[in-house]
Design a binder for this molecule. Structure first.
Ligand code: SF4
Length: 407
């Protein structure tokens, strides 16, 4: 049976952000935003390249002043990914960003409220074939809507804000649109996106705004976006973290990979949580393994397991795994023991074998290994550990007896 983590994807129309399709049957994309001054062309481009390498398909840059628009004009032709210009208060900056060649605009309806200005921007976008993201933000909702909904930000108010903007666009025949209804409250944004998904067929850009620094920010953003993605809602995503934006791009890519919504490009590192049986500091070994693999294009599942008693069995489906036992690392590939190395070589052994698998394939690496010798060594260490610790490392039987005697 095919196991997927998401409901069927919501049907939407498709738009093009530069060469990247968003919505329809296009793969879900990852976005991030630069934190440099856009006028700093070289610094911004450097960050855009770093974001693209970490998994961003589309990058947004602020266009808040004329120097930023001038910077955009130089950045856009040299960028490896499409550029979205972020416009907040001045509609003229939207026109300047279009002149600079921006592939998409992001307009916040709470900030540009003059209908004539909105329509002027939409008309220009229509003529140039450039899409707009309507970026509703719970924190900067139009004050009239805020009052209408009882002095609070509600999902209904956020959806209405998007619809008002859409109505202006319709007046000039513009519908090249994607929409976001972000809030820093996870339940609020989930409900707003659900309502929006029912109301329109435009592609949706997901995000929990101002999620904050990791790890709490990562958890909030993941809770909101993963819930919606699992319901089939969402066509492009952005983590808004108070962190190096490369972390945002990486998190976006990892979320889609974890949900099976994007082909894996980098290592999927799994590791046991450690317990009383652990023969090694699992946290340290897993951390060093993460650092060693980094963003390298090695799409294998790699397991770090604390003991040879249970590790190889629990991680038998991993492409490669290593389990500690009596100062040794027992390496296994798809559940078959292939090598035994000193404990302090566990990480480098994982990397070496991963590289060999990428080059020669799993079957060739297993065929070249002394599987019998490795299996025998693992069996011996396993038996020795079971002999000293018993099948129950925590010696629960004796402890239960003791507890009974005391009560
Ligand atoms: S693999 Fe071993 S050390 Fe890790 S959680 Fe399982 S029993 Fe404990």
């Amino acid at each position: 049976m095919d196991v997927t983590s998401a409901a069927p994807r919501r049907r939407t129309r498709q738009i093009m952000v530069g060469k990247v399709p968003v919505g329809g049957d296009a793969p879900i994309t990852v976005q991030s935003m630069t934190i440099t001054k856009t006028a700093d062309v070289e610094g911004t481009l450097q960050q855009i390249y770093a974001l693209a390498a970490a998994g961003a398909d589309i990058v947004r840059c602020t266009c808040n002043e004329i120097e930023a628009a001038e910077g955009l004009a130089q950045i856009v032709p040299r960028s490896p990914v499409p550029i979205v210009a972020d416009i907040h208060h001045q509609y003229k900056m939207a026109l300047a960003a279009l002149e600079a060649g921006g592939h998409c605009l992001r307009l916040n309806p709470g900030n540009i409220r003059n209908p004539e200005h909105i329509k002027a921007v939409a008309s220009e976008c229509k003529d140039r074939g450039v899409p707009i993201r309507i970026g509703v933000n719970g924190g900067s909702l139009d004050s009239k809507l805020y009052e209408k909904y009882g002095g609070k930000v509600t999902p209904e108010a956020m959806v209405e804000s998007a619809r008002i903007e859409l109505a202006y666009f319709e007046e000039v025949g513009f519908d090249d649109v994607k929409i976001s209804v972000k809030a820093s409250s996870v339940p609020l944004m989930i409900e707003a996106y659900r309502q929006l998904a029912d109301a329109v067929d435009y592609p949706l850009h997901l995000g929990v705004t101002e999620a904050g620094p990791p790890p709490a920010g990562l958890i909030k953003a993941t809770a909101g976006m993963a819930t919606l993605l699992a319901e089939g809602i969402g066509d492009t995503i952005r983590y808004s973290l108070t962190a190096d934006p490369v972390e945002e791009a990486r998190a976006g890519r990892q979320l889609l990979e974890a949900l099976g919504l994007r082909e894996r490009k980098t290592v999927d590192l799994i590791a046991c949580p450690s317990c009383g049986r652990a023969e090694v500091d699992v946290i340290d070994v897993a951390k060093r393994a993460m650092e060693a693999f980094g963003d390298r294009e090695i799409p294998l599942q790699i397991a770090v397991m604390g003991c040879v008693v249970n590790g190889p069995g629990e991680a038998r489906d991993a492409d490669i795994g290593i389990a500690a036992g009596r100062k040794k690392g027992h390496l296994f590939i798809k559940g078959r023991n292939v090598a035994v190395v000193p404990e302090d070589e566990m990480v480098e052994t994982l990397v070496r074998y991963a590289e060999r698998i990428m080059e020669d394939g799993i079957d060739a690496v297993v065929a070249a290994a002394d599987t019998k010798g490795a299996q025998k060594a693992a069996d011996e260490d396993r038996a020795a550990l079971l002999g000293s610790q018993g099948a129950d490392a925590n010696d629960a039987g004796t402890r239960i007896d003791l507890i009974r005697k005391k009560t």
